[in-house]
Design a protein around this ligand. Structure first.
Ligand code: ADP
Ligand code: ZN
Length: 302
């Protein structure tokens, strides 16, 4: 059996045919054009899906569905992308309906962090785990929670948006209006913002980490705080969901060992129960294709 996975992001849309084991057969990438109407962009996506099907030559009867991962907030039950900050102008787009009309096969929609969690379960770092969280530390911070073997969706599929849980109000106002959200302190964007303030000039997240590895004292202090805050977030996730593993992906996780070691140490010290303190903090395995694999996985796990 095969499924189509579509990963819609703020900069690109990836489309792939994926088999049940999570192998990507053909993948195509187009850029997300936010200057055209969402409906037009969906037409382009439909066209891309068609091309990918043609290229593999798999008869449409052998496709069990089309899975779509997209930035939240969305309404996964009704297949509607509601108003994601990362897809400016996409207001109440009934994407599932628009794609389903075109292909007459079932379409599933989930937010991208949930889809990535499904991918890590299917063929990534959490294959043996039924209770785990996937956390992405990228432009923003989001999570997908797998509880008792099932993806936790909530009312409309937006469960797991831990980026806007308050960690420390002293860090000031987040884009969502609250003070001191996780994402406002520890996302890639937040790291660049605070690093730039310290250095007195605009620098990127990567440059902040270069200064960190070079031993710049103020930056080492900043990153120490960031890692601690990520540790706090993980302890909250562990204490709330009793997870056995936390998989961390996203651009910032590429920093590697120092990040994972700090979070693991914090969790070991502060998670409440024995299993919690032993929760493994591991890197995501599927960075590249997590989006499309997870989106396709939605069809295998309906
Ligand atoms: P997106 O948010 O679009 O999904 P990414 O997951 O790549 O994209 O996350 C982007 C963020 O990660 C940016 O803030 C970027 O600066 C940061 N980033 C990317 N690569 C690295 C790296 N090697 N080290 C530290 N930060 C990185
Ligand atoms: Zn917020």
């Amino acid at each position: 059996q095969y499924a189509i996975g579509v990963d819609i992001g703020g900069t690109k849309v990836a489309t792939a045919i994926v088999d049940e084991a999570g192998n990507v057969l053909t993948e195509s990438i187009i850029s997300t054009d936010l200057s055209i109407r969402a409906i037009k962009m969906v037409e382009k996506i439909n066209n891309e899906i068609e091309q990918v099907i043609k290229r593999t030559g798999i008869p449409i009867e052998q496709l069990i569905g089309i899975g779509i991962g997209a930035p939240g907030p969305l309404d996964s039950k009704h297949g509607i992308i509601t108003s994601p900050p990362n897809l400016r102008g996409w207001i109440d787009v009934p994407i599932s309906q628009l794609v389903e009309q075109h292909f007459s096969i079932p379409v599933s929609l989930e937010n991208d962090a949930n889809a990535a969690a499904m991918a890590e379960k299917l063929t990534g770092a959490a294959q043996e785990n039924n209770n785990f969280a996937y956390i992405t530390v990228s432009t923003g911070i989001g999570a997908g929670i797998m509880a008792e073997g099932k993806l936790l969706r909530g009312l409309k599929g937006n469960a797991g948006d831990i980026g806007h849980t308050v960690i420390d109000p002293s860090f000031g106002k987040c884009t969502c209006g609250q003070d001191g959200c996780l994402e406002w302190i520890a996302s890639g964007t937040a790291i660049a913002r605070q690093g730039s303030l310290i250095m007195g000039k605009e620098i990127s997240t990567k440059e902040v980490f270069n200064l960190y590895f070079g031993g710049n004292e103020e930056i080492v202090h900043l990153i120490g705080k960031v890692f601690r805050v990520l540790g706090i977030a993980c302890v909250s996730v562990i204490n709330t969901f009793d997870t056995e593993k936390i998989v961390i992906g996203g651009g910032v996780s590429k920093v590697g060992d120092p990040l994972f070691q700090s979070i693991q140490a914090y969790v070991g010290e502060f998670a409440l129960n024995e299993t919690g303190r032993q929760t493994e903090i591991v890197p995501a395995k599927l960075e590249q294709s997590a989006g499309v694999i997870g989106a396709a996985a939605l069809c295998f796990n309906r």
